[in-house]
Design a protein around this ligand. Sequence first.
Ligand code: D41
Length: 671
Amino acid sequence: MAVSAPIRNRVLKLRAALHEHNYRYHVLDDPVISDAEYDRMFGELQDLEARYPEFISADSPTLRAGAPPLKQFAPVNHKVAMLSLSNAFDESDVLAFDRRIRERAEIEEVEYVAEPKLDGLAVSLLYERGVLVVGATRGDGETGEDVTMNIKTIKSVPLRLRGKNIPEILEVRGEVFLTHAGFRKLNEDQRSKAGKLFVNPRNAAAGSLRQLDSRLTAQRPLEIFFYGVGRVAGKIPVTHRALLKAFKTWGLRVSPLAELVVGAEGCIEYYERIAKIRCRLSYDIDGVVYKVSDMSLQSKLGNISRAPRWALAHKFPAQEESTVVQGIEVQVGRTGAVTPVARLRPVFVGGVTVSNATLHNRREIERLDIRVGDTVMVRRAGDVIPEVVSVTTGKRPPHTRRFKFPDACPVCGSEIVYEGEGIVARCSGGLYCSAQRKESIKHFASRRAMDIDGLGDKIVEQLVDKNLVQDAADLYSLTVEQLVGLERLAGKSAQNLVESLQRSKTTKLERFLHALGIGQVGETTAQQLAAHFGSLQAIIAAPVDDLVKVPDIGPVVAASIHTFFNQPHNAAVIQKLRQAGVTWPEHSTAPEDRGLPLSGKIFVLTGALSSMTRDEASRRLRDLGAKVAGSVSGKTDFVVAGSDPGSKVAKADRLGVAIVGESEFLDMIAL
Ligand code: D41
């Protein structure tokens, strides 16, 4: 008995401290101790609870490590039903929603809280006197499953609420989800254990939450945002907006993107704004939700069937749809990479009609075991290339055959060689392969390279097939007479093409470099090379040691550039282009020598800025003499972190690179 008082005090102290640090980390995003210190305190508490079981409690942070497995989940009756949301698919649905509310309430203008609609799982958490007692899934809205042990492993879930004015009984609702990074990490772990891979973050979150062994759930990086209440005994604020504020003070995480908007117009403006940043968020959302903020108006409006009249989910175009594989082919790219593609029955997904999807590589084909005739899920998110995420094997027709990756290039017949642990297939034909020649000429002519107006893909293909051009330089000796014979080129457009070829000869060094199609050198690297060296001669002459001084250029890219300029046939094509009259202004000194305020400084931008786009921020920085790199390295001087930044901040932190927020950044560019 004599020992127990100091031990009890220590246990309580550790628990209180761990709760506090957890809140600072997950809700305020402002930790004051290191992860290692946290782990040490956590370990000490675990140890004490194991030795003195009388001090174990239902709100102990140690419960986050999980508990021994259950046989099954117990059912939980939702005393206040978990309603669903009515959906809107276009503006007219939003206008009708707002009109109905104005008419029923007889008011001019309605205030809504708008927030992103997370693509996760709805859950309900019951707090009694501030302590988490039950966590349940939504189920059918009436009855869910008791997943309390699993919910307790989610680090951003408070096991005990903090602050003042906490209702005696408070049931809160929220969405459990995984970030993209968390999803990737989970699948990597699964792969290394030869476990089952999840098709998307939502399925992975669902699988993790419905784990009978909560010690496994504890390993999964689940997160939560809270957005509403169920049963309440006690007082809560009278507007939804104030409720979300109270949530935050109680330690319940809410979406940082939630905001008050006015009328249908405010809703639609919000929708468009979120749609623009959707692809930059670190988690999946499938729309936005509008909720009447005034809670007395909410109760006046009531429900229609299973959905409240005062809330609306305004959906984004689906990013995943199902369709049927009509064929599987391989394509040969500019650098010889052989990529399998699925030809699909056209399907509307992510706002466009998709009829081809990449299958990435041989390993992906093996993983999916995709076959002609299969029903598949296709995904198109943001501006990324559509891809096949999964095969619905249950719908596979009889007599399908496994796809066999070819051994020879389907275009030139050269042997296919494998790189990168046998995953990346490459045609060994080089410029003997007409597919590679066609692609490199298309790239040369493209808008962001030499910008040759009127030289479409179909024309390039004919020029190569008819042997009128062998390489990009041959384009400049084409005559109107040669061109008029081609399909899609009547007299006038042949004339126009010759003129635009002439026009393209006066260009910029960065465009020319980009057009050459040097391995690993995209538009940004081309710009950085041009800015750093000022002339083509200087770049050709630069040893690898000088090339790596350019932002974003590491040893691999430097070696690729160096090798490119040392190939006799590349040197010959460059000479032929210059003789044909391709020219650009050259600087003898690089711009960084001009003594601008941020000369020589290397910046990396991450996350969204509220005052300007990233492009605009880059331009402002360049105007001030700074360089803007795409990835963080030891050479980086500053990382500018906007909202919802990515892994770059963590990397900067690791490398000791200065991280500045938006206001600091604005100060820097206002110099
Ligand atoms: O982010 C979400 N997925 C989300 C779901 C949200 N932000 N708000 C929601 N609000 C509600 C009401 C208005 C009914 C409280 C919801 C959901 N419901 C919901 N999630 C799954 C079913 C219903």
